[in-house]
Design a protein around this ligand. Structure first.
Ligand code: CO8
Length: 335
């Protein structure tokens, strides 16, 4: 392990698997361009050092891989979230919304941090699934009402208000929402941007925007309607009434209701189970399922068929079939 210090930041390079890990302080560089430049410089240094190491240890043949692995111990500067990598194979990332005094109200700062973490985990080849959770009292009680109070129509239009919220829905890796407590307004919409929702048995879902004189802005009238049907979505959006976890399961909004203290454990287990498969094929499968929400049945079936055909060109499909025939676990390489 080599440690490099640079401008108050410290990076660690592992010569075994050639990972370049940012150590505490990395996130202090608020300007993304500065961060990128820094990472590139560090990557160049890492390559040089790796070359030297390879001369000394010729058996080390893996190519250099640069990752930004974020976790709460190596990254102390998140203000509104916590991150950690967990699971037996360290392949499940957990992002915890951490703004307890405001019941995890989704302010701009929180959404920016969430996007940054999701992008980093999205690029990290070691991560198979991401779990998004909150506190026992609130997954998220909605957009930050106090922050958005001064919004004007022209500012919303010109600043493309809420456009930055959709990183969750753009993430290619599977995301599991583990919802305890309130998931209201933007909080319910955030959960619905995830691929699977597990709920603690005290969870409450709702779209109360109507009581504030506004309407949902990131999927409350669209994703909710597609999931629970028109009548239920209409009732929730027009009254602002909440539904509990059991009802949410009944209408198909959540896939499982779990005792609150077991929720995260079960969500991580689910991520680990997904992580036993080929990340590549999981990604295709996620895209195929999501296509069902975006197109006609005929188009969706065509899409699915083509993806199915494409899997036959992968090494992982050959390996999966071979492993079945040979009665052994498959060893997927995501190729
Ligand atoms: N925004 C900002 N602060 C919040 C929010 C929020 N969404 N929710 C709770 N808080 C704050 C409270 O103000 C309070 O702070 P303080 O102690 O400083 O007064 C603290 O969190 C604790 O809240 P409560 O004391 O209210 O806790 P209770 O246990 O009594 O009640 C509830 C919990 C029922 C969840 C209650 O807090 C509540 O009703 N919250 C608001 C829920 C809501 O309406 N959410 C939807 C927001 S709008 C939205 O998400 C999308 C809008 C997008 C369109 C915008 C178009 C302009």
């Amino acid at each position: 392990m080599i440690r490099i210090s640079f401008d108050n930041s410290c990076f660690e390079i592992s010569l075994v698997n050639h990972h370049l890990l940012p150590a505490p302080g990395f996130q202090r560089f608020a300007d993304t361009k500065v961060k990128l430049k820094l990472v590139q410089s560090m990557a160049n240094i890492a390559r040089l050092l790796t070359k030297r190491a390879q001369d000394q240890f010729p058996n080390v043949v893996y190519p250099l891989q640069v990752i930004t692995r974020l976790n709460s111990s190596s990254n102390k500067s998140w203000e509104f979230i916590k991150t950690e990598v967990t699971g037996e194979k360290k392949n499940v990332a957990v992002i915890t919304l951490n703004r307890p005094k405001a019941l995890n109200a989704l302010c701009n700062g929180l959404m920016k941090e969430l996007s940054t973490a999701l992008k980093a985990y999205g690029k990290d080849a070691n991560i198979s699934a991401i779990v998004l959770t909150g506190s026992e009292k609130a997954f998220a009680a909605g957009a930050d009402i106090k922050e958005m109070a001064p919004n004007t129509y022209s500012q919303c239009i010109q600043g493309n208000f809420l456009n930055d919220w959709t990183e969750v829905a753009r993430t290619q890796k599977p995301i599991i929402a583990a919802v305890n407590g309130y998931a209201l307004g933007g909080g319910c919409e955030l959960a619905m941007m995830c691929d699977i929702i597990y709920a603690g048995d005290k969870a409450k879902f709702g779209q109360p925007e109507i009581a504030l004189g506004t309407i949902p802005g990131v999927g409350g009238t669209q994703r909710l309607t597609r999931v629970v049907g028109r009548s239920k979505a209409m009732e929730m959006c027009l009254t602002g009434n909440m539904i509990n976890a059991q009802e949410a399961e009944k209408v198909g909004l959540v896939s499982k209701v779990i005792p609150p203290d077991q929720l995260l454990v079960e969500a991580v287990k689910l991520g680990e189970k997904i992580g036993t498969h080929s990340n590549l094929i999981v990604q295709l499968c996620k895209e195929a399922v999501n296509t069902a929400f975006e197109t006609t049945l005929e188009e969706g079936l065509k899409y699915e068929r083509r993806f199915n055909h494409a899997t036959f060109s992968t090494i992982d499909c050959k390996e999966g079939v071979k492993a079945f025939i040979e009665k052994r676990p498959a060893k997927f390489i995501n190729e």
